[in-house]
Design a protein around this ligand. Structure first.
Ligand code: SF4
Ligand code: SF4
Length: 71
């Protein structure tokens, strides 16, 4: 299992992570952050492969993919 952490308040809502996730499990949230952007979020983390493409594509480097503890 992996965990995908977003620094939500720093997300600019550009959608790069959404476009490049091979599993298509990232979406924009319906709420907005303090900057007025809809932040990205993972919908079904159980399907995450830990590829970290989302983290590499984020222009603002606010995504961290970590291996979770107990599965
Ligand atoms: S690590 Fe890979 S599979 Fe998981 S959310 Fe990011 S791009 Fe998608
Ligand atoms: S790539 Fe980064 S800034 Fe763009 S929507 Fe995803 S988390 Fe937000």
């Amino acid at each position: 299992m992996f965990e995908v952490h977003f620094l939500e308040q720093h997300c600019k809502g550009c959608g790069m992570c959404v476009a490049f996730c091979p599993r298509k499990i990232i979406e924009m949230a319906e709420h907005t952050n303090d900057q007025g952007y809809n932040p990205a979020m993972v919908t079904d983390v159980s399907r995450c492969t830990g590829c970290a493409i989302c983290a590499m594509m984020c222009p603002h480097v606010i995504i961290e993919v970590v291996e979770g503890g107990a599965a």
